[in-house]
Ligand binder design. Structure first.
Ligand code: MOS
Length: 768
């Protein structure tokens, strides 16, 4: 660690970055800075706290007179609560309060996530306001007690009967009733260029196939939890959150109070993946706390997460690709239907990747929605791309087989020069290089194109590949506060999130390099709605958003420091863009001997500290370029023809994601994504009972995710080519590993067995 600690001071001065990445602005100078701590494999700074159990998670905040909540969930999909007898529960030992629709305070529905700037709600239904049931699993009562065990026990004593109404819980029937066009973040999920159906019919070679993916539930290692208290007229919520500011604003809207009266903290999060936004449990906890006049801890059981936290809805996809004899695509069709609840805004957008993946003359893309009475589905682990690349990339593999062209070569042959459906240039796309490097390292040349050609004892061995892709986003709302103290330390504060991916570590590195400090001279504060910015840890965009805010704050800091430095400083007369951070101070870029340390500037000015705050510029880079992360995924499987068992032998991800800020945490994110992709490919499936809308396997003993024995050595490499149009040259890496992976596995299974399984997960019954 000491070599890394000293690294920040040893390199050349790093000049200020352009304040935006719009057309004509130069790339971030940090990406040319080769001697600093950015890029180094620094271990997570929160690691020691976590392994010692000293990192305080949402359900671990200590409060005086704390009470504990347990929830009861509806067992029917639609109807009314006919009777709800709470007397036995209320009389049980330790019970403080039983809350139902009869005594819950009046509250507004949550603003739906992604439908307004700071909206964070998972659904927009009334929360315990009336006797209506909207889904099987809806919270119908909350029991508050002196201990968790007393609350859990008392909740079993609730006596409820229902008056059921006819419900739409069967996907087939819902489709027959008619579908509606899907809309994703205000845009229709529909795109037509040319006449793709006619072009397909005229194609020399074509594939036209149906793919399906099941319902998935979120399974963060830390189930959802919050510890809440009303302190005067302020509501304090210690939450497990990927959106603290959004949550504060949204809870404020529910209770009719200003967002400044809601203080949300989230110092540590045991995984979010799209699920750690605002759901009914935080609101119910706050409501119960209000009624009881005591702080409340509400922790969902694993089953509770399945009942009331949305996941990924099932998709049915048609993918058709037409090509000439040489393999050039003339038509790409990707259409289909997803299930969706009426109380949310996310039709699983499986066509997103297809819009920009390959060159073709004609496109037809369309997501239709069939409504079900079910738990609101939501954003989950690369929504759209994770399951959309399964259909698309399996179809490309099927076409390659028909054409007799190597699937890697077929992809490279159809590589677009600019975005094929939007027409914009790519900010940086080096996917061909990722394919070539990955293929060489994986030993792709050893693969036989003939299925079933390779064996290892009784096991059939096969190799498959697929493209991974996920967009670069940078949402508006980034802002940061920087506090430089006389001892030369800087603290950065931003209402961002650390969910275990290494955010705090990477941004300590970024700040240290920009300012010319060592890592131990920088601290990074986050996870608190009172801090600047409204940053979402989602869409793989948090790093870009934080980076842009740090750049803006550094501009403000350097501007102020040069004023404070005054005429007697060696820096006198220099402009902000003529200096850079070096060795704990500022130096002239052209002549680093003109230098003054931060400590010296502050002490001459008689200042203990300098505090600046700045907003990140709007994300204009997204208007000028088509911006995405890419990867080439390679998989080797062994399939047992007798048992149907598939074992993933080897996996390689070769990534083109811009400049990598921390080699260790990045590799971990890539691997984690790929492991989730393996679960998607081989085991994950929420069993939904179409008769009553109930999820039937609400536990990790029945809903299978990869365990250590299911995960082989995963090799991850990246080309580290900086994107000139992003802060730090970096693009998102959080979700891309989940994309392409399932297709690479399915394509490898085909290569091993000659069987095309187009329906996930690839369980053994489908292979026998
Ligand atoms: Mo993610 S599904 O953008 O947390």
């Amino acid at each position: 660690m000491s070599a890394i600690n000293n690294a920040g001071g040893g390199g050349p001065a790093v000049g200020l970055a352009a304040n935006s990445w719009g057309q004509g602005d130069g790339p971030d100078p940090l990406i040319r800075h080769q001697h600093g701590s950015v890029g180094a494999p620094v271990s997570r700074i929160d690691g020691p706290l976590k392994v010692q159990g000293r990192a305080t998670f949402a359900a671990e905040f200590v409060m005086e007179h704390l009470t504990y909540a347990a929830l009861a969930f509806s067992a029917v999909a639609k109807g009314r609560i006919a009777t709800l007898n709470t007397s036995a529960a209320a009389a049980a030992p330790g019970v403080v309060l039983v809350m139902t629709y009869k005594n819950a305070p009046r509250m507004k529905p949550m603003p739906l996530f992604m439908t307004a700037e700071k909206a964070a709600g998972g659904d927009n239904l009334p929360i315990m306001q009336d006797d209506k049931i909207h889904w099987n699993g809806q919270p119908i009562a909350l029991v508050l007690a002196e201990t968790q065990e007393q609350a859990d026990f008392a909740a079993t004593l609730l006596d409820v009967t229902y008056q059921t109404e006819p419900s739409d819980t069967d996907f087939e029937e819902a489709k027959r009733k008619g579908t509606k066009p899907g809309e994703f973040m205000g845009e229709p999920l529909k795109l037509e260029i040319g006449d793709a159906e006619t072009a397909l019919k005229q194609a020399a070679v074509w594939i036209d196939a149906r793919y399906s993916t099941p319902r998935h539930n979120h399974n963060a290692i830390e189930p959802h939890a919050a510890t809440v208290a009303w302190e005067g007229d302020t509501l304090v919520v210690h939450d497990a959150s990927q959106a603290v500011v959004h949550t504060a604003w949204s809870i404020g809207s529910v209770f009719g109070i200003d967002e400044s009266k809601v203080h949300v903290t989230s110092p540590y999060v045991g995984g979010g993946f799209g699920s750690k936004t605002l759901w009914q449990h935080q609101v119910l906890g706050a409501a119960a706390s209000k009624l009881a006049g005591r702080p409340v801890r509400i922790t969902l059981s694993r089953e509770g997460v399945y009942r009331m936290i949305g996941g990924r809805a099932p998709t049915e996809q048609r993918v058709a690709i037409g090509a000439d004899r040489d393999g050039r695509f003339n038509a790409i069709i990707h259409t289909g239907v997803v299930a969706m609840s009426r109380q949310n805004a996310l039709p699983e957008p499986f066509i997103l990747a297809t819009r920009g993946a390959y060159q073709a003359d004609a496109f037809k893309l369309d997501v239709e929605v069939a409504y079900l009475d079910m738990l609101a589905n939501t954003f989950m682990r690369a929504p759209g791309e994770a399951v959309g690349t399964f259909g698309l990339e399996c179809a490309v593999d099927e076409l390659a087989d028909k054409l007799g062209i190597d699937p890697v070569e077929l992809r490279i042959l159809n590589e677009p020069a600019k975005h094929p459906t939007e027409g914009r240039p790519f900010s940086s796309r080096h996917i061909v290089e990722a394919w070539r490097t990955g293929a060489g390292r994986f030993g792709w040349a050893k693969r036989s194109p003939k299925p079933g050609a390779a064996r290892d004892g009784e096991w059939l061995v096969g190799m498959g590949c697929a493209t991974a892709t996920y967009p670069y986003y940078r949402m508006p709302g980034g802002a940061a506060r920087m506090t430089l103290t006389k001892d030369g330390h800087v603290r950065v504060e931003i209402a961002a999130h650390e969910m275990g991916m290494g955010t705090a570590t990477a941004h300590v590195q970024v700040t240290a390099d920009r300012l010319g400090l060592t890592l131990d001279q920088v601290s990074f504060g986050y996870g608190d709605s009172k801090m600047p910015g409204a940053v979402l840890a989602g869409g793989s965009q948090q790093t870009a958003s934080i980076g842009a805010a740090i750049v803006a704050a550094q501009h403000a800091l350097v501007t102020e420091l040069l004023v404070l430095a005054g005429n007697s400083s060696p820096l006198a007369g220099l402009k902000p863009n003529e200096v850079g951070g070096l060795n704990g101070g500022l130096a002239e870029l052209a002549n680093p001997t003109r230098y003054e340390s931060y400590a010296s500037i502050l002490s001459r000015a008689g200042r203990e500290q300098v505090i600046v705050e700045a907003n990140a510029p709007p994300p204009t880079e997204l208007q000028n370029w088509s911006m995405h992360s890419y990867g080439a995924m390679f998989c080797e499987v062994r399939v047992n023809p007798i048992t149907g068992e598939t074992r993933v032998n080897r996996f390689l991800g070769s990534f083109d994601c811009g400049y990598i800020l921390n080699a260790k945490t990045a590799a971990s994110q890539f691997r984690g994504g790929i492991i989730m992709g393996l679960g998607l490919a081989l085991m994950e499936e929420a069993q939904f009972d179409g008769r009553n809308g109930r999820i039937m396997n609400p536990s990790l003993s029945e809903y299978h995710i990869p365990s250590h024995m299911d995960v082989p050595d995963i090799d991850v490499i990246w080309n580290n080519i900086p994107d000139p149009h992003t802060p730090m040259g970096a693009r998102g890496i959080g979700e891309i590993g989940i994309t392409g992976t399932a297709a690479a596995v399915a394509n490898a299974v085909f290569n091993a067995t000659g069987k095309r399984i187009r329906d996930l997960p690839l369980t053994l019954d489908k292979l026998m």
